[in-house]
Write a protein that binds this ligand. Structure first.
Ligand SMILES: [Zn+2]
Length: 275
């Protein structure tokens, strides 16, 4: 059976982290950030010897780079890099994908909402991390996604991969990393707004259904009879998906993306569209 509208709506809701407000209402965790009139963004680079500006390493930043096994930290610390020309334009175009907030570029000590920093690896690591983003504080029951909290969101971009053709298959739209940086920023900003990988949500659902587990039961009940491959196909071109069946195509906004954005902006959970 093809994926139903009820199932699509449930999966979109599952793909957005939520937070409970003092009045007991539950809203998307990134809603406040998403609805700011002006998003203040700091672009943070290394000093040529890999050091970040004084004051950049805060407790918040320390929590963000801590992945429990020191791997991400080892990629980042002492490896501050430099963004390519046009980075501000790339950031603006990536933000516009999610929200029509104005963007103002500020320095790290001028109260940024999001810090976008460059780190640089030599491309010879066994596992290449393209980048990483923080998620907003949330109380969604989803232990796959840690919440870093804090008042500042982070996006780390591995500029060491720019221009390495060997890695073209791991960037979102193929080609060189430089071409893909806008798509990549779109993806990471999505995490800042509390959107998780829909592909992972699909994998979780598949695993739970296969194992006969109760988890995601609300979704399982509306996705009963849906071919799991159809479900995965619904996500495959979403910006938050982590791979693509068509790596050489620049992604356009998918139905999944636009419905998730609507939910983030309004706080109104997606409902099934009547046929
Ligand atoms: Zn991601």
């Amino acid at each position: 059976m093809a994926i139903t509208e009820q199932c699509k709506a449930a999966m979109i809701k599952q793909g957005v982290l939520t937070v409970e407000l003092e009045d007991g209402s539950v809203v998307p965790a990134g809603m406040a950030l998403m609805n700011k009139d002006v998003l203040r963004i700091a672009l943070v680079e290394g000093d040529g010897e890999g050091a970040y500006p004084v004051g950049f390493y805060t407790d918040d930043f320390g929590r963000f780079i801590d992945d429990d096994n020191d791997y991400f930290q080892s990629l980042v610390l002492g490896n501050g890099g430099e963004f390519p020309d046009g980075m501000e334009d790339s950031v603006r175009r990536a933000i516009v994908f999610w929200t029509d907030s104005d963007v103002e570029f500020v320095s790290i000590d001028d109260d940024p909402d999001i810090n976008v920093f460059a780190f640089e690896t030599d491309g010879n690591l066994p596992v290449i991390s393209l980048g990483r983003a923080s998620f907003p504080d949330n109380n969604s029951d989803n232990d796959r996604y840690a919440s870093y909290g804090g008042d500042v969101a982070y996006v780390g971009i591995n500029v060491g991969l720019i221009g390495l053709p060997g890695y073209s298959d791991v960037v979102l739209n193929g080609g060189s990393f430089n071409d893909a940086i806008e798509d990549f920023l779109k993806h990471e900003f999505g995490h800042n707004f509390g959107v998780i990988h829909p592909r992972d949500a699909g994998e979780d659902l598949r695993a739970n259904m296969d194992a006969g587990k109760e988890a995601n039961k609300d979704i399982q009940s509306v996705c009963t009879g849906v071919d799991i491959d159809d479900l995965q196909a619904y996500f495959i071109n979403a910006t938050m998906s982590v791979d693509s069946s068509a790596p050489n195509e620049v992604r356009r906004m998918s139905e999944y993306d636009s419905r998730a954005i609507d939910y983030l902006k309004t706080g109104v959970p997606p409902n099934a569209v009547k046929p």
